[in-house]
Design a protein around this ligand. Sequence first.
Ligand code: ADQ
Length: 478
Amino acid sequence: MAEGHRRLVAVSNRVGPLNDEGKAGGLAVGLSDALKRRGGLWFGWSGNTSSKGTFSEAATEIEGDVALTTIDMSEEELSGFYYGYANRSLWPLLHYRLDLAEFDRQSDRIYRSVNQRFAARLSQMLEDDDLVWIHDYHFFYMGSELRQCGFRGKIGFFLHIPFCPPEIFTALPASHDIVRAMLAYDVIGFQTDTDRRNFANFCVRELGGEKLPGHRIRVGDRVVVADTFPIGIDAPGYARFAVSPEAGEHEEMVRGMVGDRLQIIGVDRMDYSKGLVERFRGFERLLEEYPENRGNVQFLQVAPLSRSELDAYVELRRELEELAGHINGRFATLEWTPLQIMTRGFTRRALAGIYRAARVCLVTPLRDGMNLVAKEYVAAQDPDDPGVLILSRFAGARSELTEALVVNPYSTDDVARALQRALTMPLEERKRRWEQMREAVFHGTAAHWCDSFLDRLENADNEADGSAAEAFVEAHPS
Ligand code: ADQ
């Protein structure tokens, strides 16, 4: 283990990769960097199902001072925990989509039991002074379960997706149980101040808690830190990707394909939170209202399929394909197809080249924790000829990327107007806006996110106001 630091133990649903083979996202980049510096353990699901499920033998890969340890889930656990509670109840609800959220007792039970099983397995691997960092909505109960297993060290939690207002969150039958369980964490991290405030308001209004100075919250005897830690990307690394030979090839390919036309790009998992239907309608409105763009712009939407086992996602794919067909049918000519949709994955280098070839990037989620695509697009630009970012006011990235063209993603007219403005923006303005955004992306990197969260967690004792882990366990017997 690296000197002067406690061992870091990270928990997330999917583990790794530790070495960037070109496909890692923000969570993996930030965590693997910290794990390599400190030495540590990364624990999560193997990605496989087996009959023994969470009782299966753990598999461990060692790389230097870091161990990657995973366990399986059974089919029943996967279906109730992952497809059921995490992605049918929590994901839509936390993204403000009460209309899509489904609640059932069976998946609630399985979600709790998988959290308990993961905690039981992990607790056998923990040392007293480990620093445990749990990630995302899959594991809300895990901290309190680790306390029940006897772990008394520091435990932090980071929520990668939004935390909705209490008026929405209370629709979840287990909302009180979840937030009470979260009080077992020493530090709870959110992407934006809005998410942090929503959580604090829930504690105050629903649990009779009190906001304290320094972004701390008291509920009963327990004081926790709940603060904002916006996630970033490895900006210098990403900027290097963008000038790599592989990126260059892809940039040339796209430029060759579009010729003299201007390229508009969108890159999102195919998820209803990303606002793709509304975005396609905004593009259609551009072609209607500003006909000079017909034949002169090309929109490429890269949308890898995700969670295709769930009905809402199957329905979304059908709707998008239909809408793309409608727009192309309406405007295409023999030599021009306005909109292309592509579901394949790319390496990070290839994607960086594709971003660099695009004059405009459309990032218009209806709600998004942060949105790393926005930051990647900025990092990948050519400083002499940067493109324009159009960003939803409901993406977490909006609070840092203040020089993007900010839109209301629900407004077709607003999206069309912003597209027109971006497509006609003079080079000087593009450069000026890009400089501010580049500054922000290079300042708030993945390493910065990781270090600031872990510093806060290491110092949490000094802030906790005498609310030791023992007090939590006494107040919340199993
Ligand atoms: P996501 O919802 O997955 O993440 P996002 O932050 O945009 O959203 O990250 C997507 C990542 O996947 C990006 O790094 C992007 O480059 C990559 N990607 C997308 N399409 C790809 C393709 N076809 N090929 C290769 N790579 C592709 C969740 C939250 C976000 C939050 C992140 C991190 O929903 O709000 O920003 O976690 O905390």
